[in-house]
Design a protein around this ligand. Structure first.
Ligand SMILES: Nc1ncnc2c1ncn2[C@@H]1O[C@H](COP(=O)(O)OP(=O)(O)O)[C@@H](O)[C@H]1O
Ligand SMILES: O=C(COP(=O)(O)O)[C@@H](O)CO
Length: 581
């Protein structure tokens, strides 16, 4: 249970401030996260790691010579936004390109990929690696779908050491890929974790029971059993990981880095008792344990639990793993920071409001009313959205949607106050949503509002057909980027019927009428997702658990479009221009 916080919404920012204030020998503050205090070697590859906060020492504690150049830091348990990743990468890029390294979660993949595209478009060489060490989250045949947990450390360390040696980006990337191929983890948990200000834990484990296959965000485990003894736990973890020795490796005679990781609420002393038996079991299997790590390396806030990682070495990976490093929470040997000492960097100045017509500014007021209604419905339903998401996901959908819609409303309000047209208000709202919410839904809602805004523009009052075309463009952007199809149990299941109904009915029913019918289609489709098995996103590994419960993202989308409808029928607000019938 987190007790020490001020404003829960400011927790991640305030934590970063305190971290930087106490670790100035290593880091400086940059927009979106932290970077090494010293400049990257000219022409060297820069390693940018990142993910949600709440996993300390991942990711900020891993920034320093021999490891990462910078960390993009999202909100608690939510990926950083593409904007954050981009700005953090720009702060350390020095002509040798950037490797983006992160755990394989839908939100991280969406945001880091967007950032990669932006960096490439600016002429910066950029490659990525999504760590996939958690054996419980997909079968070996689908290893690319596995989550990244404590194995982040082995992959980041190998990449960091290779960059420190001056290896070019492509080689650094290839080594990181090899480290990922040879890293396997399994986690268990005995309790849930409670984010600052939350009344309830994100999930619970019954007393005396243990969730097996637990991720690092409180995603439900794959199985549950009575809590074993420390030796029993060591046997379970080692035997499962020895069932999956990487291809081309023989267990007997192999050299392995074992990492027994505390998830936040387990004592080091308990970990040592478990590790005692892990060491015996590895020795019995003829495996040489190299440089074992026992302690908190990738945590899950205050969750009581542990994970075991086995990193199967070859000669080169062993050299890189053992290379000197000097990061706040991971140090060995002696490695000097070479570059100039740099100051903290602040965010870029805000953009000017582009010119707009009087009609478009009137429509912008309508956009603001719609966002206000969306904000009210999300606030009213945040707990229920969290509950739905916790059935098979990580329980933070309500919190994430709140962060996003509040930021979007605030940004649109500022824009409108400074004379923004409807298109700009929507684009700015989308960017703010993505930036402040992070996570999967943040990326998708941000993209959707941006696409809608670009279609609406700032020149005139959009008619129903143009709004419908904008919604269709938003749906295309989401499907194009997230790759979800109808039936995958995502917000796409509600969005596509919404968009097609709006398009079909816009000409004959006008905007308010068509929107009403489309919102009904979205509500029906969202409810219908209860009968589906998830094939995308965080809920996928827990598919069966989610049968009977609708998809959280589809439900929130239906709530938002219904709330927006109430603003389209209000007489007092300026009207959108209805299509000629
Ligand atoms: N590839 C995808 N395409 C579209 N929607 C997706 C995709 N993956 C997940 N989602 C949606 O995102 C919702 C979860 O959003 P969010 O709470 O932000 O997720 P997370 O915490 O996993 O990042 C899901 O309920 C689902 O509707
Ligand atoms: O939660 C994290 C990212 O996952 P989302 O899919 O964005 O929720 C983060 O803590 C791990 O990087």
């Amino acid at each position: 249970m987190t007790r020490l916080f001020n404003d829960p919404a400011a927790f991640a920012d305030e934590m970063t401030e305190g971290f930087v204030a106490s670790h100035r020998r290593w880091v400086r503050r940059v927009p979106g996260g932290v970077a090494r205090r010293t400049a990257t070697r000219e022409g060297g590859a820069a390693i940018v790691v990142g993910g949600g906060s709440g996993h300390y020492p991942a990711f900020a504690g891993l920034v320093g010579p021999g490891l990462a150049h910078a960390a993009a830091m999202g909100n608690l348990f939510a990926s950083p936004s593409a904007q954050q990743v981009h700005s953090v990468a720009k702060s350390v890029e020095a002509g040798g390109g950037v490797l983006l390294a992160y755990g394989n979660y839908a939100g991280d993949v969406l945001h880091f990929t967007q950032a990669q595209e932006r960096l490439r478009a600016e002429g910066i060489d950029c490659l990525s690696i999504a760590v996939t060490d958690d054996v419980s989250s997909a079968s070996l045949a689908e290893k690319h779908k596995r989550r990244g947990i404590a194995g982040d450390l082995t992959v980041f360390k190998v990449a960091g050491a290779a960059a420190e040696e001056g290896r070019p980006l492509a080689e650094v990337h290839a080594l990181a890929v090899r480290a990922n191929e040879r890293t396997r983890s399994l986690g268990v948990a005995f309790t849930g974790c409670t984010l600052p200000g939350a009344r309830e834990p994100l999930f619970t484990v019954p007393a005396g029971r243990m969730a097996v296959g637990m991720g690092i965000h409180g995603e439900p485990g794959i199985g549950e059993q009575d809590v074993p003894t420390a030796d029993g736990l060591a046997e379970l973890l080692v035997s499962r990981l020895l069932d999956e020795v990487p291809e081309g490796v023989r267990a007997s005679g192999a050299r392995v880095v074992p990492i027994l990781n505390g998830l936040g609420g387990v004592k080091y002393e308990e970990l040592f008792v478990v590790y005692r038996r892990v060491a015996e079991l590895l020795a019995e299997a003829g495996i040489e344990a190299v440089d074992p790590q026992v302690g908190e390396l990738v945590t899950s806030f205050d969750m009581a639990g542990t994970s075991l990682t086995l990193f199967w070495l070859d000669e080169e990976l062993e050299r890189l793993w053992l290379a000197p490093v000097d990061a706040p929470t991971f140090r060995r040997g002696s490695v000097e920071a070479e570059g100039d000492v740099l100051p903290d960097a602040t965010a870029a100045a805000e953009a000017d409001v582009p010119p707009s017509s009087a009609e478009s500014r009137q429509s912008a007021a309508r956009v603001l009313a719609a966002l206000e209604a969306a904000r009210a419905t999300i606030d009213a339903n945040a707990d229920e959205l969290g509950r739905i998401d916790s059935v098979a996901g990580d329980g933070d959908h309500g919190i994430g949607m709140q962060r996003g819609v509040h930021a979007a409303y605030d940004m649109a309000r500022d824009g409108v106050a400074h004379g923004a047209g409807a298109g700009t208000a929507l684009v700015w709202a989308g960017d703010a949503w993505a930036d402040k919410a992070g996570g999967t839904s943040g990326a998708l809602w941000g993209m959707a509002l941006r696409a809608l805004g670009e279609a609406v523009g700032d020149d005139d009052a959009p008619d129903a057909a143009r709004v419908a075309a904008g919604v269709a463009a938003a749906a295309d952007a989401i499907v194009g980027f997230g790759k979800a199809q109808i039936g995958d149990k995502t917000l796409v299941d509600a969005l596509l019927p919404f968009s097609s109904t709006l398009t079909q009915r816009a000409a004959s029913a006008g905007l308010a009428g068509a929107w009403d019918e489309a919102a009904t289609a979205a509500e029906r489709a969202a409810a219908g997702t209860a009968n589906l098995l998830p094939r995308m996103g965080r809920a996928r590994p827990h598919a069966e658990k989610s049968l009977g419960t609708p998809d959280a993202g589809a439900v929130s989308l239906a709530l938002v479009v219904r709330a927006v409808h109430t603003t389209l029928t209000r007489n007092e607000a300026p009207e959108w221009k209805e299509a000629e019938v």
